[in-house]
Design a protein around this ligand. Structure first.
Ligand SMILES: CC(C)(COP(=O)(O)OP(=O)(O)OC[C@H]1O[C@@H](n2cnc3c(N)ncnc32)[C@H](O)[C@@H]1OP(=O)(O)O)[C@@H](O)C(=O)NCCC(=O)NCCS
Length: 195
């Protein structure tokens, strides 16, 4: 039987909205330099109880939720989320994810990303997914490759993290085939002809 609140059953884990009761598991798994060093500074280190409370409040705002907990064996073991684009990027979403170190190497992130992408596509009307990965993070690159993402390029010295510049790899996946939708969308009647 699925754990209560399950939104997506990924087999090795379930994805579901964050809850207040996740605070202690969140802080326990997130307060890890080796997790934080692969993420934006927005994910703090040390990861305090106050940071955890602030995150749980923020994660509860969006409906449908854009940030989900990755639950393993009944506890929040990490997180996965989407930032849907705006304007001309409104059919593109940027995904991010992390998992507590105790759960690494079991295929859990791959299961989470693989199931989250189609859910986010239908929930937010997305066609293209992007992930921005520090060049120092081969495990995450592998996760994305296993989930059908392609490496599209490298932004040199795009990241300043922990006192040094590092390259950032861009991974992308377009649903409905490797090169995108088979047929072009309807003509945009509001388009301004380019001169
Ligand atoms: C990246 C992360 C999510 C991976 O989670 P995970 O559940 O261990 O990933 P999976 O087990 O699904 O897959 C990991 C893959 O990377 C491979 N891998 C792990 N370390 C590696 C390394 N140093 N070099 C190359 N491949 C590596 C594993 O062998 C596995 O591939 P395989 O199945 O072909 O053997 C996890 O390590 C994490 O949360 N790291 C910190 C935060 C982070 O990096 N988030 C992503 C930011 S873009």
């Amino acid at each position: 039987m699925e754990p209560p609140g399950t939104l997506i059953d990924c087999g090795l884990c379930v994805l579901r909205p964050w809850r207040e009761a996740d605070l202690s598991a969140l802080v326990r798994h997130a307060d890890d330099k080796d997790v934080a060093r692969m993420l934006r500074d927005h994910f703090p280190h040390p990861y305090t109880v106050d940071a955890g409370r602030a995150w749980l409040l923020m994660a509860a705002i969006d409906d449908p939720p854009t940030a989900l907990a990755i639950e393993v064996h009944g506890e929040a073991a990490g997180g996965i989320g989407i930032v849907p684009g705006a304007d001309v990027h409104r059919h593109t979403g940027t995904i991010g994810y992390w998992l507590g170190r105790a759960f690494w190497g079991r295929g859990i992130a791959t299961a989470a990303v693989g199931h989250f992408v189609p859910w986010a596509a239908s929930t937010f009307g997305l066609v293209r997914f992007v992930a921005e990965v520090f060049a120092t993070n081969p495990a995450s690159m592998r996760v994305l490759e296993k989930c059908g993402f392609e490496r599209e390029g490298v932004l040199r010295a795009h990241v300043y993290k922990d006192g040094r510049f590092i390259d950032e790899a861009i991974y992308g996946r377009i649903l409905n085939g490797p090169r995108g939708p088979a047929r072009p969308g309807p003509p945009d009647t509001n388009a301004v002809p380019s001169s």
